[in-house]
Design a protein around this ligand. Structure first.
Ligand code: ADP
Length: 361
């Protein structure tokens, strides 16, 4: 495996006498995108700025390409080789072309090469037609495109992105997310993205670090974090909406039986008899029917009563009381077909493999 581009060891940051960040170890591998996700105030921006050396930690060491950034000249040289894109595009009051070129001039890049890079990034981010426009008169989406293009023009060793889409409307955000994803892949740029939006993180990042109260609770691929959250906080943050407290009543051959609200739920995994666990089930993995299906390979089938229905994007979220609370996503078509409404009796079905077992500490 390749050596990390950036390594952090024993980082702590204090604000007003309070410790707001504690990161024992973190590594950033070349050509990969790491997303820092978590709710507001969890420390994403603080970690991002500390990794970019825009602020000094109270303790700890950053190493860039194997060398510790333990002196002011080392940190200054590092800052020349990385770049940051902020939530608000900070553009100079001049043309888009000048904005794209300004940093390259500062880096001593010769004029013909500057012109080539400006054109390449303008094409990459679809802003060629805007090159002659005044940057401060652009729409929010165009300004953020310019800001991203400017960052890519610098060909940074690490690109830091702080909530770059949070001020954009959904269609603009979708388009820019796709273009940023393509640019990151094509250039194999190493990047760290701070976002509170897990969908953004899943779309762009190779690895996700879930933050809570200044610490990384879990780090892993999108699939690992979404399907195997390590605790209740991560499970809730990644959308595992049903979290059922239960007690293990049988365990063996990689399968557990867990007593939940007087019912027995089967889950893939192992845990000790009598152990207190949480069972996580994603609403997209629960199907609803009017009768129990026969011959289904699903292990868990429970009759229940619909308690609430609410729209959720293109789907509906249906909440049920099956002796325990559970939610399911259904399409508008299924909602109609099953005549779902509060009070309706249905059967909720989910596979044992769709149940994630979290040991309670
Ligand atoms: P996030 O980016 O996840 O929203 P931040 O990194 O901005 O989180 O904040 C992490 C914690 O540090 C929060 O508790 C916040 O209140 C605190 N904090 C951040 N900046 C300052 C500051 N300049 N002064 C005091 N506290 C701060």
């Amino acid at each position: 495996m390749s050596a990390p581009v950036l390594e952090a060891r024993g980082l702590t940051v204090r604000r007003g006498g309070v410790q707001v960040l504690e990161i024992p170890a973190l590594e950033l591998l070349p050509g990969t995108v790491l997303a820092l996700i978590g709710p507001n105030g969890s420390g994403k921006t603080t970690l991002l700025k500390t990794l970019a050396s825009l602020q000094d930690p109270a303790a700890g060491v950053l190493s860039f390409q194997g060398r510790p950034l333990d002196s002011r000249p080392a940190r200054e040289a590092y800052r020349q080789r990385v770049t940051m894109v902020f939530q608000e595009p900070l553009l100079f009051d001049t043309t888009v072309a000048h904005n794209l070129e300004a940093g390259l001039k500062l880096h001593g890049i010769a004029a013909p090469q500057r012109a080539r890079r400006v054109l390449a990034v303008a094409r990459q981010f679809g802003i060629e037609a805007l090159l002659g426009r005044q940057a401060r008169k652009l729409s929010g989406g165009e300004a953020q495109r310019t800001s991203l293009a400017r960052a890519f023009a610098l060909e940074p060793e690490i690109l830091f992105l702080d909530e770059p889409f949070s001020k954009l409307d959904p269609p603009t955000r979708e388009a820019l997310l796709a273009d940023l994803g393509a640019a990151l892949r094509q250039t194999a740029t190493t990047a760290v993205l701070a976002t509170h939006d897990r969908m953004e993180a899943l779309q762009l990042a190779d690895r996700l670090a879930v933050m809570h109260q200044g610490r990384i609770k879990q780090i892993g691929t999108g699939t690992e974090v979404v399907n195997q959250p390590v605790d209740e906080f991560v499970a809730e943050f990644v959308g595992m909406e049903t979290l059922l407290p239960g007690v293990v009543t049988a365990s063996g051959l990689g399968l557990c039986q867990v007593s939940v609200g007087g019912r027995t739920v089967e889950a893939v995994g192992s845990a000790g008899l009598g152990e207190a666990v949480l069972l996580g089930v994603r609403p997209e993995n629960v199907t609803l029917a009017t009768h129990a299906e026969s011959g289904s390979s699903a292990r868990n089938s429970f009759p229940g009563t619909v308690t609430r229905i609410a729209p959720r994007g293109p789907y509906f979220k249906v909440e049920l009381d099956c002796g325990f609370w559970i939610s399911a996503f259904v399409t508008p078509h299924s909602l109609e077909e099953l005549a779902l409404a509060p009070g309706r009796q249905v059967v909720a079905t989910f596979k044992a493999t769709a149940v994630h077992l979290i040991l309670r500490k």
